[in-house]
Structure formats: C-alpha cells, structure tokens
Design a protein around this ligand. Structure first.
Ligand code: GDG
Length: 460
C-alpha cells in the first residue's frame, strides 16, 4: 500500500477530540499507511525572510506532522491576502469584497514554491499525495517543476463559481491552468463540476475527453464531485457523552415553554448570518404568535478577525441583533441570543438536539457540515427541522430539508414558520431520510471514494 501524504494549510492533531471529523478521517487514513501530514504551523516568525520556511517535524502515533513557519510578509500576502481576501471572496461569488492587490499573488506563489521545496525531500517515490483547498492550488505544479512524478490529488472545500466570475481574477488563467498538474481534482458538488468544466472549456480551450476528464495544453486531469460528509460515529459518540447530555438537559429545562431556533457558524460573510436575523425579525413581525414562544440562538465563532470584511460583518450583526432584542424583547423574553465565541465541540450535539429548528442559511457554501451535524444530533422520535439554504453544497444531497433562498427575507420567514409548526410524522419522515443519506455518505465514504479514484487515475 502506498504511503499517504496529506498537505493542507493547517494541521490538526488527529488524536485530539477537538480536531473534528475531517482531521479524524484523514488521521485514520494516515495512520493506516504510516503517513505524513504537511502544512503551515500557524506560527508567524519575524526572524525569517520572505519565501523561506522553517521546517519542524514531530510524530503523533504513526503519523509524522511536518510544519513550516511563515514570515510576517508571507503570512500577510499568502494567507490574509491572496487566500482570504482574493480567493475566498471570489470563489464565494463576492467580487465586491475582493482586494486584488498584486503583491498578494506574488506572496501566494512564493509560499507555494517554498512548501514544494520543503516537502519534496520528504517524499518517497510511491507516495500518494492529497492536497487540500484553495490556499494550495499551484502546489502540484511547483512539485512537478521539482521533478515529482507521484500521484497527486486535490480537493477543493469551497465552491467553484461560474466562469465569468473566475475570469475576474487577474491572471486567472495561470492559476486555473495549474490544476492540470493534478491527477485528480475533487469538488464538493455537481454544480461545482459544471462551473469548473465550463471555465476550462470556455477560457483555456480545454476539451472534455469523457464524462470525467479534461485535456488542455498543460495535460490531462480527472474531475469529479466528492461531497464531503461528517464522521457520524464520532459525532454520535460526542452526543452521548456527559457534556452533550448536560447541555441538552439544561436547554430543555430553560426552553420548556419555548421553541429554540439555532444557528452555528464561523462568523463569515458567506454564511448568511445577517440575512438569517432579518428573516427572524420578519417572522416576529408577520407571525406575532411567536412572541414569547421562539428564541433564536446564534453562535458565531470568531474567524479571520484581521481581515477587514470580517470586522464590518461583526459590526453589522451586532446592530441587527441589538435592534431585534430592543424592539421585541421585554422583561420576560429576549428573542435573540447572540454569542460571538467558540462553543466547546463537546456541547455542539446537545445544542443541536435541543433546537426545534436548525437554521443553516449560507449565501454560498462548499458543503456545510453544520447541516449534517444538526440532523445526526436529533432525537429520531421527536426530531427538529433543518432549514437549509439552496446555495449550500449540502442542498444537492439533503433534499428533505426545507430549502430556502436566504436573499428572500419574506420567503425565509414563511418557511421558518412552517418549520416551527411542522407535524411530528412529517418531521420524523424527513429526518429519517436525511439521516440515512448522511450515514451512507459519511467522511469515511468520502475519503475512500477520493483515494480510490486517485489510485486509478493516470499519473503524470
Ligand atoms: C469549509 C467550507 C465545507 C462552528 N462553530 C463552532 C464550531 N463549528 C464547527 C461546526 C462544523 C465546522 O465548525 C464548520 O464546518 P462548515 O462545513 O460549516 O464550514 P467551514 O468552516 O466554512 O468549512 C465548507 C467544509 O470546509 C468541509 O469541506 O463544508 O463549505 O467552507 O463542524 O460544528 N465548533 C465548535 N464551536 C463553535 O462555536 N466547537
């Protein structure tokens, strides 16, 4: 069996429970082959110069974790700049929020070259390399330039926008052509595959060889959708642990006379959090029977505070939440609880189980794992209802959720009202179908499908 090498911007120690399903699933695969996980350490070091890295390795069980530190300039240009102020907004359809500073692209290239230089000496001839996400699109091309012939696959966790949005990226062709250095490119949804293929055909004259392969002057690569799942068993184990049960029981007592609506996200403009608050406000205006009966708990964990668009979002949200409580709250009832903190992972299943309605309303999302966690956490005898944006990748799979358009405030309020009053048999039947699909397509299925396909893809 070939050794697996995973490359991602950040690493997690797969043995720690807080690492989450993806780290656990990758950790398992790495442990099976005695693998290597390579990425940025998360440290910014003022003493190193641009384009230089400082490699450190340590072991976690059978897995070697190899990390590099970044200098201040590279962190600003590669991470805060090109990754999170250019690629993240553009791939989430937000050209208005992109900052096309040319120094960012130079830093992005520099760091990808440095990653390739540091990684290449650690590689063995028969390794299989799996690169993750938008921070590292040019990595395979950089590795190939250093002579690497191994199989290299790429998985994109974020959505792919339509061709004309991608074409707004200055020097988009160079970036997009570098995908052809991969043997396999995995995307989250069928919509992403369609956009990616249209871009390659329209903008760089690629040819579709068959349903799954694209050929350009730069080479041939295979493209397919591999919708990511959650680690259902890990999440269920978390749900039956004392912390989750305590959280559930405390909330059930507190909300015995009320229905709880729940949103859990990173505080990110792609997640549609202000739109959710507007719809909740509309619900209270249009359906006053919910006064004193419904409470929206919004957990928005801090994220990318040092990128300006995130500070604006925080400000906007504080104003919206404050206005709802100021206008509708009274001595007995506060309609909205806004928590700008990270809640311990152990408590997430209990929170989800106590909620009658899960509100997952991104404006655009690669997949959205919260939607899947919400369903798995429910009591099958008395399940809550998932309200899901049609613009989340998860909507292609989770058809029995109540699908909403987060830009349509009135429409979303009507659907939330329907969710709050859905009869038990309908809740049970929708939940059962959703749960079956989430269990069948869990994170282990995702990893096996991707790696199985990479094993059979033609290598360079
Ligand atoms: C990217 C793509 C794609 C959230 N708040 C807290 C907390 N969380 C956990 C959730 C969930 C995870 O973080 C978020 O996952 P998502 O999938 O919703 O979103 P992104 O972070 O944007 O992830 C996305 C994903 O990659 C995987 O491919 O689905 O589309 O954008 O697990 O539970 N966890 C804790 N406290 C919080 O306050 N402990």
């Amino acid at each position: 069996m070939s050794r697996l090498v995973v490359v991602s911007n950040r690493l997690a120690d797969p043995r720690k429970p807080a690492a989450g399903g993806l780290a656990v699933a990758l950790g398992e695969a790495l442990a099976r082959t005695g693998g290597l996980w390579f990425g940025w350490s998360g440290a910014v070091d003022g003493s190193i110069s641009p384009g230089a890295g400082r490699l450190k390795t340590r072991t976690a069980g059978k897995v070697t974790l190899a990390t590099v530190d970044l200098c201040v300039e590279d962190h600003a240009a590669y991470y805060l700049g090109y990754s999170n102020s250019v690629l993240w907004p553009v791939f989430h359809y937000r050209l208005d929020l992109a900052d096309f500073n040319p120094a960012y692209l130079a830093g992005y290239r520099r760091v990808n070259q440095m990653f390739a230089r540091e990684l290449q000496p650690l590689l063995r001839e028969d390794d299989v390399i799996w690169v993750h996400d938008y921070h590292l699109i040019p990595l395979a091309a950089e590795l190939r330039a250093l002579g690497c012939k191994q199989r290299i696959g790429f998985f994109m966790h974020i959505p792919v926008p339509p061709p004309l949005i991608l074409a707004a990226l200055p020097q988009h062709q160079g970036l997009m052509r570098s995908f052809f250095a991969y043997d396999l490119v995995g995307l989250q949804s069928r919509a992403d595959v369609a956009h990616f293929t249209h871009y390659m055909v329209n903008e760089i004259d690629a040819k579709e060889l068959d349903g799954q392969r694209l050929q350009a002057s730069d080479g041939i690569t295979r493209i397919a959708a591999f919708p990511i799942g959650i680690d259902v068993e890990e999440f269920q184990a978390l749900a039956s642990a004392p912390e989750a049960i305590q959280t559930y029981e405390a909330l059930c007592t507190e909300y015995s006379r009320r229905q709880l609506l729940l949103g859990i996200d990173r505080l990110d403009y792609s997640k549609g959090i202000p739109q959710r608050v507007r719809a909740f406000r509309h619900l209270l205006e249009q359906y006053p029977e919910n006064h004193h009966k419904a409470t929206l708990m919004l957990i928005a964990s801090p994220s990318r505070d040092d990128v300006q668009a995130y500070a604006h979002l925080r400000h906007e949200l504080e104003g919206l939440c404050g206005a709802v409580n100021g206008d509708f709250g009274d001595l007995e009832w506060m309609p909205l609880r806004y928590i700008h903190r990270t809640v311990a992972r152990k408590r997430v299943p209990g929170l989800c189980r106590a909620a009658r309605v899960g509100l997952v309303t991104p404006l655009r999302d690669g997949m959205n794992l919260v939607a899947k966690e919400f369903v798995v956490a429910q009591d099958p005898e008395d399940p809550g209802v998932l309200v899901l944006s049609r613009f989340a990748g998860a909507a292609e799979q989770l058809e029995e959720a109540l699908l909403v358009n987060p830009y349509d405030t009135q429409g979303m309020a009507d659907i939330v009202q329907a969710a709050l009053h859905m009869p038990l048999p309908e809740r049970q039947s929708r939940h059962q179908k959703l749960l079956e699909r989430i269990c069948r397509h869990d994170v282990h299925w995702w990893r096996r499908s991707f790696l199985g396909e990479l094993e059979t893809a033609n290598s360079h």
